[in-house]
Design a protein around this ligand. Sequence first.
Ligand SMILES: Nc1ncnc2c1ncn2[C@@H]1O[C@H](COP(=O)(O)OP(=O)(O)OP(=O)(O)O)[C@@H](O)[C@H]1O
Ligand SMILES: [Mg+2]
Length: 261
Amino acid sequence: MTDLLRIEALSVTYPRSKKPALASVSLSLAPGKKLAIIGESGSGKSTLAHAIAGLLPRGSSVSGAIAWPALGHPAIPGADFGMVFQDPGASLNPVLRIGEQIAEGAQRHLGLDWREAERRALELLRAVQIPQPEAALRAYPHQFSGGQRQRIAIAAAIAAQPRLLVADEATSALDTLVQAEIVSLLTHLVESQDMALLFVTHDIALAARLADRIAVMHDASLVEIGPTRAVIDTPQSAYTRHLLSTHIDLADPPRIARPAS
Ligand SMILES: Nc1ncnc2c1ncn2[C@@H]1O[C@H](COP(=O)(O)OP(=O)(O)OP(=O)(O)O)[C@@H](O)[C@H]1O
Ligand SMILES: [Mg+2]
């Protein structure tokens, strides 16, 4: 299958920084597949996501290649990929009604007229399970909870039916129950709409539940990439083994902690 995204020897150094934040990273993602990027804080996960999305600060020094073979053209933000961030406030405009924010992408990239785009926004609010979606179209972001805002940000990110959704710690700021709901929503959306997912997280258990493949980053480099089960069961790099040993037993995660008697 032709890859959707292919990254070759990508290196990034931020302006005024001497040390690269990404050092010769190569990976690929097939259409419709889910890839988790894991690694500790500062390892370069967001830098990779931002490089893919074209969001690196001006003046960054970038080498290597980011190609979109299945598209046959450079990816257009919003149309070919959508992005959600840790803080849904970062992707939603506080002074624009929800309906306008979602419909805008559909109108711009799918060539819909305003009424059709608004109908699509309504459909998306239903898909991300926002209660009373008709009323939500006319509401503002602050009228929703953090978890609901993240659902709305996801709806806006996929409004133009992109081939890839990039989620950078999109569930990290949410409590465990809401996090689980958003993860199952994301899984359902990408599978039902044949979208690929690049999911950045420092939570290995979450990555293992969600992804087809896991990429492990350490100190600006990709130290391992492979099918989820293989990375968890037979990690090839010493760093991945270390990461796994510092986390809960993935084969037998604790369910509910019992108070000591
Ligand atoms: N805009 C920036 N300018 C300069 N340096 C940056 C910038 N953004 C990130 N860095 C540096 O680049 C390195 C990689 O950062 P990055 O944000 O990619 O890590 P991360 O794996 O996403 O971490 P976290 O889990 O904390 O989000 C870090 O050393 C960080 O300090
Ligand atoms: Mg980050």
